[in-house]
Design a protein around this ligand. Structure first.
Ligand SMILES: [Zn+2]
Length: 386
């Protein structure tokens, strides 16, 4: 009796699991499944290895859960940091975000990352926005500062590139697997489906579309995964990201308004090629000072060139004149740094920087003496706020 009661208990526990039927057709919706005379309850989804699998076969639900987890991790991280009762540290917050929130959101991206090949779905867009929102929030940046400026200034890798990097790593591991294994069988089916029906929208078709959109040869040949050119792929992804900086006007002062802020950043603040100077945001300083410098460099400050943008009616750019002097020059970042008479004393105190930079704003901004560069910028920002 004892044995049969136990058996019954075990059997009951095992058949009480819900059933998920993938790609169920409408005409089958009335069908029920029975085990030992008992009907199995049918669920729309189940969770396995931390990912949500839905009966429709769509990854939308899995991505929505990852987004939810990521938002939760971000909030908990902020709350825990607050509990520490210490000053906010940009490098520390950034490292924690990278160590906690990024892996939470990116979980399983080796598989679902390929769904971004035809553009970002609503969920994927929200996931990438989470990364941008963190930096906007911690740096207290206006929304008028475009994403490419934020990523370039902070030398931050967009998650989309990270996800594809994981996909490529996964492909390289698959390529090294011995023939005849289960993984390669599944891969072979997946590739076969993608080649037979390009609109199938599976993992392999996502890979194929991404390679094609980057102008690369498909890594699949004869229905198999061939050599994976990971380096070429990463370079092509990087080139695509950087394409936004191509064709910008030579001078921010005469640039068309449409991309003037991008132009200003590129010509005056972007890190020059082969420059190995340690960035200012890794120097020890309070987050208030750090934010002021970030605002100045990314165009989120109170100088006339920015203020004129927000008053209504908007002041034309050439009429946003400096209010610190009587030169009638446009009150932009370069005028304040290198020409405004109000800051003559500042320039004299840091004369070496100016002679080294030889009138190049970018060289000055990336001078090896970042401490002095910060002192100049902070003095100007402080003046603008008073
Ligand atoms: Zn001036």
């Amino acid at each position: 009796m004892v044995h049969s009661a136990k058996y019954h208990q075990v059997l009951h526990a095992s058949i009480s699991l819900d059933l998920v039927v993938f790609h169920r057709v409408a005409s089958d919706s009335h069908l029920t499944w029975h085990v030992g005379g008992m009907g199995l309850p049918v669920s729309a989804s189940f969770k396995y290895l931390g990912l949500v699998f839905h009966e429709s076969g769509s990854m939308t639900f899995a991505l929505a859960r990852l987004l939810q987890n990521g938002n939760g991790a971000k909030s908990r991280l902020a709350a825990k940091y607050k509990e520490l009762d210490c000053d906010k540290s940009f490098p520390m917050m950034r490292r924690l975000f990278d160590a906690v929130v990024k892996p939470t959101v990116s979980y399983g991206c080796e598989i679902w990352g390929t769904f971004s090949s035809t553009g970002l779905s609503q969920e994927l867009k929200k996931m990438t926005d989470l990364q941008l929102a963190f930096f906007r929030q911690i740096c207290k940046l206006r929304r008028s500062v475009a994403a490419p400026i934020v990523f370039a200034e902070l030398a931050e890798v967009p998650w989309l590139r990270t996800w594809w990097s994981q996909v490529l790593g996964f492909m390289q591991r698959l390529a090294k697997m011995p023939e005849g294994g289960l993984h390669l069988d599944i891969l072979s089916d997946n590739i076969h489906d993608a080649l037979q029906n390009p609109s199938v929208g599976n993992w392999a078709s996502g890979v194929q579309k991404q390679f094609a959109s980057l102008g690369m040869v498909s890594p699949f040949s004869d229905g198999k995964l061939g050599t994976v050119d990971a380096y070429g792929f990463q370079q092509a992804m990087l080139a695509r990201e950087k394409s936004i900086w191509i064709g910008l006007h030579i001078s921010p002062r005469t640039a068309p308004s449409a991309r003037a802020k991008l132009c200003t950043y590129l010509r005056w603040f972007a890190r020059p090629d082969r420059c190995s100077v340690e960035p200012y945001y890794d120097l020890p300083m309070s987050i208030t000072k750090l934010r002021s410098i970030m605002h100045f460099r990314m165009g989120s400050h109170s100088l006339p060139i920015e203020q004129g943008r927000f008053v209504r009616p908007q002041v034309p750019r050439h009429l946003r004149r400096c209010t610190f002097c009587t030169t009638h020059d446009v009150g932009d970042e370069k005028h304040c740094i290198s020409a405004c008479p109000r800051f003559d004393g500042l320039r004299q105190r840091h004369a070496e920087l100016f002679s080294d930079a030889q009138d190049s704003m970018r060289s000055l901004m990336w001078h090896k003496d970042q401490k002095s560069v910060c002192a100049i910028v902070l003095a100007i920002v402080l003046e603008a706020q008073t």
